[in-house]
Design a protein around this ligand. Sequence first.
Ligand code: MN
Length: 498
Amino acid sequence: MKKESSRNDFERRNFRFVVGSQFLYGPETLAAVEQNSRAMTEGLNASGILPSQLVLQGVMKTAEEIDRAIKEINHDDGCAGVITFCHTFSPSKMWINGLSLLQKPWLHLHTQFNRRIPNEDIDMDYMNLHQSAHGDREHGFIGARMRLPHKIVVGYWQEEETLRKIASWMRSAVGADVSRSLKVMRFGDNMREVAVTEGDKVEAQIKLGWQVNTWPVGALVEAMREVSDRELNELMERYADLYEFAVADQDIVRYQAREEIAMRSLLDAEGCRAFSNTFQDLYGMKQLPGLATQDLMAQGFGYGGEGDWKAAAMTTVLKAMSAGLDGGTSFMEDYTYDMGGGLSLGAHMLEVCPSLAAGRPRVEVHPLGIGDREPPARLVFEGDTGPAILATLIDMGERFRLIVHDVECVKPTLTMPNLPVARVMWKPLPSLETGTEAWILAGGAHHATLSRACDASLLRDWARIMGVEFVHIHKDTDPQSLEHELMLGDLAWKLRVK
Ligand code: MN
């Protein structure tokens, strides 16, 4: 199975382990807390399950120490989040000033250094040292009382399930950090008259950090003229390595290579990791970028069709969060149904990422049904099978809503030899009818990001960190309850506007 390639986002970030205690129990207990905290940090890192390194910040005994630690953490650009744990009781009024300054995602790990109680040896000293059952409740109260968004993970710290939960939250936190520095390049505006691809770009930057700006298609055409033969030959070699060729005229593929190199150079020059374009604005270009866009997505760039910068940015965030995990991630569109089979067929005009392909994608050339350009080269393939999610971010006017739908990707029911695009087929949960009713009720777009690597919990944690409404459609979703949830949510979110 294919994987998202770049692990760099995780390697260059760290998380801080902040352990709560106090001076009440004497120096011997504090020395043991310090030693155990070090052993836990080393053990968690040695597990090989966490995607980023955990660094022991220290054992906190006073409000001043907590205040200092949080300020240091806030100022470290390499730090993507904080994990707290109260080995002993650590009075929470000490934590109020520090936590009120915290600007990084927070996970409260409720665990205990020892797995079992030593029956023969247990005494009051043991109880005072190993009292997270007690201390973490005090710690949890202040998180709830201060209404600070945070994740709680409960479980023994050496247990794989606990480690996997921490790892998943770390991915969400790194996704939040990627989001806050994300730049999106738009070639052309939104498709004329389309509503769901519109949105408030200022609000998106305030809330999500996305810097969404436009570049003229003319600048891209100019960059295409500057592409050298050497660059073209190199990219054609990459295509030949990765993809099967079913094309008579190589010049048509070379034109896509030229588009890819030009787009890549503009994206890199501006530090953009996502882009959008529209078939309605290709002035001076012979082909709608197909293979070019697909191959950029395969390298981690997010894309949105018809000017959909929200879908482009979300695709980048999901690709970044799932780097190293099994399964691909792509821009996607619900296209047509097999209503008898309870299935949806997803595709786009051209732009589906080959990270979802079941086999080796084929480069083919066919005319486009829409628009007025020459037939473009594109990758054609069938999607991989197994569980996946569809994620779509919509602008509700005064807030963003993230809708995540659990689906099951299946092998397309028919071979569809005349369908000239990459396609993925899935069964929406709990069924095509109920799942789609819920999606439409919540306002879900026709554009989404399909991911075989991310799950709903990853996106739920990301949405909590970003302060975005989260709606999950899953195997037990009932549209009546969802309607009620959305109505109450609408009131709550209106009150929460700052
Ligand atoms: Mn579309």
